[in-house]
Design a protein around this ligand. Structure first.
Ligand SMILES: [Zn+2]
Length: 463
């Protein structure tokens, strides 16, 4: 997909004639500049210093050449007036300069400006045409900010942009622009649901749902109940949906997730839909969109995996009534371990021993034995809660049967998906989020990790 961009770049630059001569002149200028930079015999070069200086010069000259071409072209002054979105005419009011940060460096561009008296505001049609609207970054600079903002802290992103691309963007602006791009992507995700017909549909598709808490700013938590001792909360839950296939098998014949088959969609949003609501919850709609993209309903066999959380099984039951429901083994084990600690205390080895025995029984499909072992400790609240959990999800824990039919119950996929898509970026020490900021970065990150970034930019350029 990256090749498309390179092709279009070649197409634009490669048309002979005047542009061909410009290109040659540009190349000659760069070569002359670089010759003047390197005096010593090759053996004595400080090669890295030369690389850095040469790149800087090449970019500087390219930047000048692009600005020269851009500013000489006045075709955006198409007439004395243009219609303003409000309906009134916007009159041409001269050319306005603005400096944009681009992959080539800072570019001062002069664009035709049209002013609407009624709105007391104006616009530059060229900004819209070139994807410069609403900010001071070129599309490629914005894309680079998006890539770092999705993967590392804004501070680190600032450093990477400087070190790798030679582009200086203050940390605060990395944050602002990455979030702006993320909001655009989130909007695009809600609007565009194109079933992926390029990938062949596997015999079985798995859809997992999970929730994970991320640390929030105080003001994003006001009035929200939580698990802190004073009843307050420090986190909000991000709800994640993942879709993947696991046709491959490891040495023991256990299904393993197919490389490149996983996609993610997530947000801090409500899973609740009251009986009086006609519309499904925000989250249910997200799940439906992601399932549609992956053609989940068309897969010959469909599996929904989750922990015991009720919202997961509500959505699964309403949206995919024929799918096989599985409580992921990881979460089942976690519940057993929590019960063991409640019974024996978190110190010592007793709780580990007990958990191991219950997990072995569970693995062998002896759910009755697990329940009997829990019943012995029915005076312990943790044990009762675990019992209740197992009873409620018993049908979703028939692991022996499920394995025999080759289904993936190893849920490391959902769990590691949560960690990969959310935890690694949003739970780093010292980070605190607003709902809007977190949702923007989550949208950005899910788009990148699901290999949908390129499609987004293609739509954006075509809009
Ligand atoms: Zn107007």
């Amino acid at each position: 997909m990256g090749g498309c961009r390179d092709r279009s770049a070649r197409r634009c630059l490669g048309r002979g004639g005047e542009k061909g001569r410009l290109k040659e002149a540009l190349a000659a200028e760069i070569v002359a500049k670089i010759d003047s930079l390197v005096g010593a015999p090759v053996e004595q070069w400080d090669f890295e210093a030369i690389e850095v200086a040469a790149r800087r010069e090449a970019l500087r000259i390219a930047c000048l050449a692009v600005a020269r071409r851009f500013n000489a072209d006045h075709s955006d002054h198409s007439g004395p007036a243009l219609p303003c979105p409000c309906g009134a005419p916007a009159r041409y009011a001269g050319r306005r300069p603005k400096t944009f940060t681009t992959a080539l460096g800072d570019l001062k561009l002069e664009r035709a400006y049209f002013h609407c008296d009624r709105c007391e505001a104006g616009f530059c049609p060229r900004d819209r045409a070139l994807g410069l609207e609403g900010g001071s970054f070129s599309p490629h600079a914005l894309r680079m900010i998006g890539i770092v903002g999705a993967r590392v802290s804004f501070e680190e992103g600032h450093g990477l942009l400087h070190d790798l691309a030679g582009v200086d963007v203050p940390t605060k602006q990395v944050e602002r622009e990455a979030e702006r791009l993320g909001r655009e992507i989130a909007e695009d995700e809600r609007r565009v649901v194109e079933p992926d017909t390029e990938e062949p549909l596997p015999p079985t598709l798995s859809l997992g749902m999970d929730g994970t808490g991320i640390p929030m700013h105080k003001r994003a938590l006001e009035g929200r109940a939580g698990k802190q001792e004073d009843g307050s909360s420090k986190t909000r839950e991000v709800k994640l949906v993942t879709v993947w296939s696991a046709e491959g098998r490891d040495k023991e014949g256990v299904p393993v997730r197919d490389d490149g088959s996983i996609t993610y969609s997530a947000a801090i949003e409500s899973a609740a839909s009251r009986d009086t609501d006609e519309e499904p919850s925000e989250l249910a709609r997200r799940v439906v969109r992601e399932a549609a993209r992956r053609r989940f309903a068309e897969a010959p066999r469909r599996v929904v995996l989750g922990d015991g959380a009720e919202w997961i099984w509500n959505i699964a039951g309403e949206q995919f009534p024929d799918a096989v429901q599985i409580v992921d083994r990881f979460h089942a084990n976690e519940h057993l371990s929590a019960a063991a600690k409640a019974i024996y205390g978190p110190e010592g080895d007793l709780h580990k021993e007990w958990t191991h025995q219950r997990c072995t029984e569970r693995k062998a499909g002896k759910v009755g034995d697990v329940l009997a072992a829990l019943a012995v400790h029915s005076c312990c609240e943790g044990a009762r809660a675990c019992s209740e959990y197992i009873r409620r999800n018993r049908d979703r824990m028939r692991y022996g049967e499920l394995h025999a039919t080759g289904l993936c119950t190893s849920t490391a996929v959902v769990e590691s998906g949560c960690k990969r898509a959310i935890g690694l970026r949003l739970k780093e020490g010292g980070m605190f989020w607003s709902v809007a900021g977190a949702n923007a970065i989550i949208a950005l990150r899910c788009c990148l990790l699901s290999r949908r970034f390129e499609d987004f930019w293609e739509r954006r350029a075509a809009a």
